[in-house]
Design a protein around this ligand. Structure first.
Ligand SMILES: [Zn+2]
Length: 299
């Protein structure tokens, strides 16, 4: 079974329903490039980001346990602080490129109205499967409305159609639908999650898109060596890698080290994706500075 992510598909849908996205993305891209030239950003890291998890289920057994939600938060805190044990699997050739985002994720303790909460909403729905059309993000269409997307990272967990594991909204889109959707069987560590996507890495990957990372092989819809992920320290790569490749896996004349297939933004299995690069981290930090400025507070 191969990883399938709907973020690019959702991007093109979002451009249709929210045309400002293109302009907002262009502005963010130029600010990101300028900050890369100038060096230091103003924001402080590490930062703590409040998370709202919206569990959507058709039968009570399908609802998520608190333990499963907490296991996902644990994975994010490991991966976004380069504290994941499997980081040791990075080949020596790429170890010097490992980046540390310095982001801490915590289930929200107050809701948008200021009431105490455990950060988890639970909604019974009649919708058996959702697609990339954002229906899970509105109570009018069988989902749950977002909590203020400028202040919370919203994660909707539901059954997604086909082999779709999840999708994110890139920065600059409609505030009403901002956040990440993840299918039940790829959420959290173990529990209801199903191998090879049972280590919580779908959320790590999708939140990378939420912070404006592209897939590591680039942006073209048809694989090619002539596109880019707008990140300089990831080797040029032809298309997605699936499963568990062995090092080195070469493409696009990138010998001797080949693709950085163990990067969270490739399509490999959960137990094979283990790192962000330094330049990816810089891109995420620029997004927090310029496009998601109200999200999170210094830790
Ligand atoms: Zn993706």
């Amino acid at each position: 079974m191969s990883r399938s992510c709907g973020s690019v598909q959702n991007y093109f849908r979002q451009v249709d329903v929210f045309p400002e996205l293109r302009r907002n993305q262009a502005i963010l891209e130029s600010l990101t490039a300028a900050s890369a030239r100038q060096g230091a950003l103003e924001r402080e890291f590490p930062r703590r980001i409040p998370v709202a998890v919206h569990s959507l289920f058709t039968t009570a057994e399908d609802d998520l346990t608190d333990a499963q939600v907490n296991s996902q938060i644990d994975v994010l805190n490991e991966d976004y602080n380069a504290k994941n044990a499997d980081l040791a699997n990075v080949p020596a050739a790429f170890q010097g490129l490992i980046g540390t985002p310095g982001l801490e994720f915590a289930l929200a303790t107050t809701d948008p109205k200021g009431k105490k909460t455990n950060g988890i909403t639970r909604t019974r729905t009649r919708v058996k499967e959702f697609g990339v059309n954002d229906a899970m993000k509105s109570s009018a269409t069988g989902g749950h409305d977002a909590w203020d997307t400028t202040r919370y990272l919203n994660l909707w967990v539901c059954r997604l159609s086909g082999s779709l594991l999840g999708y994110a909204q890139f920065p600059g889109g409609d505030p009403a639908t901002d956040g990440v959707a993840i299918t039940r069987s790829a959420f959290g560590r173990h529990g209801s999650a199903v191998a090879p996507f049972d280590l919580g890495r779908t959320a790590t990957h999708e939140i990378g898109h939420y912070f404006n990372l592209s897939h590591i092989w680039g942006e073209a819809r048809v694989p090619t060596c002539s596109d880019s992920d707008s990140v300089d320290d990831t080797p040029n790569q032809w298309g997605p890698n699936n499963g568990k490749p062995t090092f080195p896996h070469e493409s696009c004349h990138n010998s001797p080290n080949g693709d950085m297939f163990m990067n969270y933004m490739d399509y490999v299995d959960d137990d094979t994706m283990v790192m962000f690069s330094e330049q990816q981290v810089r891109r995420m930090h620029a997004t927090l500075e310029f496009s998601r400025a109200d999200l999170g507070s210094p830790r």
